[in-house]
Ligand binder design. Structure first.
Ligand code: DP6
Length: 331
């Protein structure tokens, strides 16, 4: 293993969970309480460069050119796990850029940690396989493991496996080219971060156990819908999982209300369109943005309808994208 200065750059895209992850089986090791199923986007990108140098005395993390102390702690934790496994002690400078708003429910931590593990692995020449990289990304942020893969992705709980979770691609992006529209209703940072929100929910919601116990059935239904490319079935189970997650969030004490009025209006509009036979469904994460997933032929109609809702400040369009990958490797 080299101990000379090295660097590599990777890109990764956010993903949107259709069957949601909310809650932790093990907080220390960041093991999710439930499996999840997501789609990886291609319209939004995180680019991360990692430079290791024996001269560096500590790690530095810059997000969009600025220090981001809260995120930096998690970045250092992730690098420490990678250095331990690779038997390297060099510190690193990590520079990350998002071409979309951070912390607005667009899953920047997912693309951020996916790009980080891929870039750090390449810079170190560690040669970790995808399962190990997915495990490293999952320890940094549960949803990040899913951004290592493109298209439709499932993260399963595998308590008896080599790693506590296993992430794999179900369908590649071109196999079922759905389109995604994100209706941005508030570009500001979210009030309560996911990690904190999950713990509050687990500790205080009377419905938490039901949420966890009902998740495997949703996962099974969604996996089968993806395998059959059955849009209606995927729409049904995705909206169910989203609303159940928000129901358990709302029932925490104090209740976690991530939505605003425009979020509700967008959901209503998508439901009306769907009732009219338009192939679209919604999903919402720990923030107020509404993600509409649709077939390509109704995309323009859905965009027109959502853009016309007062309070929608911008729209982000996306297709399904590929998994995280190295774009420059200078070892
Ligand atoms: C609502 O992956 O951000 O987006 O593991 O604590 O970093 P940590 O949580 P995170 O949670 C994502 C929650 C969600 C649903 C999902 O993406 O499955």
């Amino acid at each position: 293993m080299s101990h000379k200065p090295t660097h590599a750059t990777a890109v990764a895209h956010p993903n949107i969970a259709l069957v949601k992850y909310w809650g932790k089986r093990d907080v220390e090791r960041n093991i999710p309480a439930v499996g999840s199923l997501s789609i990886t986007l291609d319209g939004l990108t995180t680019t991360t460069t990692v430079r290791f140098d024996p001269e560096f005395e500590h790690d530095v993390f810059l997000l969009g050119g600025c220090e981001a102390p809260k995120m930096a702690q998690r970045v250092v934790g992730c690098l420490d796990r990678m250095r331990r496994r690779a038997g390297v002690s060099m510190h690193a400078v990590v520079e990350s850029e998002n071409d979309f708003p951070t912390a607005a429910g667009l899953a920047s931590s997912a693309s951020g940690f996916a790009a980080l593990v891929i870039a750090a692995d390449a810079a170190l020449g560690a040669g970790f396989d995808r399962s190990e990289l997915a495990d490293l990304a999952r320890q940094a942020s549960g949803s990040a493991a899913r951004s290592l893969f493109g298209g439709f992705v499932e993260l399963r709980l595998t308590p008896d496996g080599p790693y506590p979770t296993e992430t794999r691609q179900l369908l590649e992006p071109r196999a079922w080219p759905l389109r995604i529209l994100v209706a941005v209703t508030d570009p500001g940072p979210k009030a309560v971060g996911s990690t904190e929100g999950m713990l509050m929910t687990e500790l205080t919601s009377p419905y938490y156990r039901d949420w966890v116990e009902s998740s495997p059935a949703d996962l099974l239904e969604a996996r089968s819908a993806v395998e059959r490319r059955d849009f209606e079935a995927l729409a049904d189970v995705s909206e169910l999982s989203c609303l159940k997650m928000h129901a358990v969030m709302l029932s925490a004490r104090p209740g976690l209300v991530y939505w605003n009025g425009t979020t509700v209006e967008c959901i209503r509009r998508v439901r009306e369109l769907r009732a009219d036979g338009v192939a679209v469904f919604f999903t919402v994460d720990a923030g107020p943005q509404v993600k509409a997933v649709c077939l390509p032929e109704v995309y323009e109609r859905v965009e027109r309808e959502l853009a016309a809702i007062p309070g929608v400040t911008s729209m982000v369009e996306s297709r399904l994208g590929d998994g995280a990958r190295v774009v420059e490797d200078r070892r």
